[in-house]
Structure formats: structure tokens, C-alpha cells
Ligand binder design. Structure first.
Ligand SMILES: NC(=O)c1ccc[n+]([C@@H]2O[C@H](COP(=O)([O-])OP(=O)(O)OC[C@H]3O[C@@H](n4cnc5c(N)ncnc54)[C@H](OP(=O)(O)O)[C@@H]3O)[C@@H](O)[C@H]2O)c1
Length: 329
């Protein structure tokens, strides 16, 4: 028997996420394996903003959903020997009995000597979100002006750097001076602003007097209502997330200057990164090359200890992470 710890959703989310939304439970998992089965222990887990949503998070009484990187500790599956690493969507739990590897295991990217934790960040879902969500929807061209918010987060910090690689001028907004310093001085963003301290209109008039060609939106809400006014004719908006609204108790209804979309003939497209899942290997390869060439940098905010998962998750909404939020067991 193996004793597994798991974080279940104890109370439905309502407004800000709180400690008492979660409960730590234990579950006994048999270590008597049938052919083809293997048992894993979590090494790295992730907390992501999407887990706040009812559809994608968890139902009350059920373990919170999400990916993890786990080490095989017992195996009757030759493709997954003891000691090997796997990526799974098995949720906030320390141990997982994999019965049907074909269905439960997600292909690992070719990492070389990179840390496996990056499979939950730049080399995984958030990295592919930046890569495909930005390049496929905004289709940036050299010389264009790119705006990204959530700019020091897992996705936003990569979008800005990809835009620089493509020869664009990059404007980034983040909610903390130290984050702004990082994206400007280390990542090479051209203009950075702390949205908690400045007027977004004033900042955009200064940084993009002729307007914005591409807007990668992680935040939504009031920020977007303002930013949209600064789009250029035929601008492109990639709607990635709306974190400013995830803790709202009512659906966000605007204000949205809708006529601007018409008048400026904007392309506004939402996406879910799984749309490009079949092409992820292409994005992973390019990301790895850019990392090796020093063209893309990344940061992880690592929370030690499985018991601290809710704290790390709540931190996403107060901005306590720089780059990707990771949990190390
Ligand atoms: N469409 C897709 O397929 C897809 C896939 C992955 C992620 N996403 C979305 O992409 C966005 C970024 O995700 P991520 O994983 O990279 O998270 P992240 O940016 O690493 O972490 C969340 C950050 O959001 C900022 N934030 C929190 N509350 C905010 C508010 N009210 N207003 C403005 N900023 C706020 C905080 O940074 P500050 O300190 O700067 O405030 C926080 O650090 C999220 O909206 C997420 O849902 C979408």
C-alpha cells in the first residue's frame, strides 16, 4: 500500500480563492500491479489560472485537476520503467496508479539537459500558449508594435520575448516594480509599466503614439477596454485569458468599446492552446533552440512542498509568482 496525499475542492469557488476552498485528504493506493500498470510519485506540480474556473478546476469532493511530472516508483510496463519520468494530468495528488498508459500519459518533449519542471512551463502548456497563441493569431511582422499584459507571468514573459525575436517593439504591463525591472532589463522589453501605478491610456500614448498592431491579452476587463482604444487599423488581438475577471462573482459585461472593433477593422480571436496540440512538438523544438541560443529566458517561482499547493495557487491572483509557478514535492 502507498499512502497518497491529495488536495480536493472542499467548497465551490466564490469570489477570491481562500484556504478553506481546499482540503488535504489521504488515499491508500495498492502497489500490487497488473501487467501494463505502473505507480508514480509526483516530483513537480503546477498551479495555473485556468484551475479557478469551474469547468476546468474540480468538482466539490474531487481532487483538483492539473498536470504533474512524476517519477515511476513501481512498474509492470516496459515503456515506463522504474526511475523514468512521466507527464500526466492526474491532478493535485502525490501518487498515481496508471492503469492505461495510452490514455493517461502525455508525451514528454525532448528536454536534453533542461529541468523536467520546464515541461509545466516554457516547454509545456504555457510555453505553447505563448508560441502558438501569439504567432498563429497575431502573425507579428518585424517593426510592428506588440502589447502584452501579465507580462512577467509564465505566458506573458514568453510572448514578449518571442515578439522581440520577431523584430517587434514590445510594450509590457505587470503589477510590480521588480517584475517590470526584470522584463525590461533582462528580457529586453522596450517599454514596461506597472499597471497598478500608472494610467494605462497615458502609458500607451507614450509607448505607442501611432498605435498597437498586436495585442496579446492575458488580463481582460478594464485593461482591455482601455487598450483596445489604442489599436491600429487592422490590428490583431489574441485573447488568451482574462485573469482580472476569474474571481468575479458575475460574468464580466464590459464596458467594451465594441464599435472600435468595427471601425478599426480589428481581428479579435480567442483560443485554447489545445487547438494546436498536434503541433506542439514544433513549438517545443523552437523553444528549446531559443533557450540554448540565449534568445529566450525563463523564470520559475518554486514553492516547496505538496502541502503548500493552495498557497501557490492563491498567489497567482495576488501576483506572487514571477514566471511560472511550480510546486516541488
Ligand atoms: N487560452 C489558453 O489556452 C490559455 C493557456 C494558458 C494560460 N491562459 C491564460 O493566460 C493568462 C496567464 O496565465 P499564466 O499561466 O501565464 O499565469 P501567470 O501570468 O504566470 O500568473 C498570473 C499573473 O496574473 C497577474 N494577475 C493576477 N490578477 C490580476 C488582475 N486582477 N489584473 C491583472 N493581472 C493580474 C499577476 O501578475 P501581476 O503581478 O502582473 O499582476 C499574476 O502573477 C491567464 O489569464 C490564463 O488563464 C490561457
Amino acid at each position: 500500500m502507498v499512502l497518497c496525499k491529495k488536495w480536493i475542492l472542499a467548497k465551490p469557488f466564490e469570489g477570491q480563492v481562500k484556504k478553506d476552498n481546499f482540503k488535504l485528504e489521504e488515499e491508500e493506493i495498492s502497489d500490487k500491479l497488473n501487467d501494463g500498470e505502473f505507480l508514480c510519485e509526483a516530483v513537480f506540480l503546477t498551479v495555473d489560472p485556468y484551475m479557478r474556473t469551474r469547468e476546468l478546476g474540480a468538482k466539490v469532493g474531487v481532487a483538483m485537476g492539473g498536470e504533474q511530472i512524476a517519477k515511476v516508483i513501481a512498474s509492470k510496463n516496459a515503456n515506463h520503467p522504474v526511475g523514468s519520468l512521466t507527464r500526466m494530468r492526474s491532478g493535485w495528488r502525490t501518487h498515481t496508479l496508471v492503469k492505461e498508459a495510452d490514455k493517461e500519459v502525455i508525451r514528454m518533449p525532448d528536454l536534453g539537459d533542461l529541468s523536467p519542471s520546464l515541461v509545466l512551463g516554457i516547454m509545456g502548456m504555457p510555453g505553447m500558449t505563448a508560441y502558438f497563441g501569439f504567432l498563429e493569431i497575431c502573425k507579428p511582422k518585424a517593426g510592428e508594435v506588440v502589447l502584452v499584459n501579465g507580462a512577467a507571468g509564465a505566458v506573458g514573459s514568453l510572448v514578449g520575448q518571442i515578439a522581440k525575436i520577431k523584430g517587434c517593439t514590445v510594450i509590457g504591463f505587470a503589477g510590480d516594480d521588480a517584475k517590470c525591472k526584470w522584463i525590461k532589463e533582462d528580457l529586453g522589453f522596450d517599454h514596461v509599466y506597472n499597471y497598478k501605478k500608472i494610467d494605462i491610456d497615458v502609458a500607451l500614448k507614450e509607448a505607442a503614439p501611432d498605435g498597437v498592431d498586436c495585442y496579446f491579452d492575458n488580463v481582460g476587463g478594464e485593461f482591455t477596454s482601455k487598450a483596445i482604444m489604442h489599436m491600429k487599423l487592422f490590428g490583431r488581438m489574441s485573447i488568451c485569458g482574462s485573469i482580472s475577471a476569474y474571481n468575479s462573482t458575475a460574468p464580466p459585461m464590459g464596458p467594451l468599446p465594441y464599435m472600435i472593433i468595427l471601425g478599426k477593422q480589428l481581428k479579435v480571436e480567442g483560443f485554447i492552446v489545445m487547438r494546436w496540440f498536434q503541433k506542439w512538438a514544433e513549438g517545443e523544438k523552437e523553444m528549446k533552440t531559443w533557450i540554448k541560443e540565449g534568445k529566450i529566458k525563463y523564470r520559475e517561482t518554486v514553492t516547496e512542498g505538496f502541502d503548500n499547493m493552495p498557497k501557490a495557487f492563491m498567489g497567482l491572483f495576488s501576483g506572487s509568482n514571477v514566471g511560472k509557478a511550480i510546486i516541488k514535492v
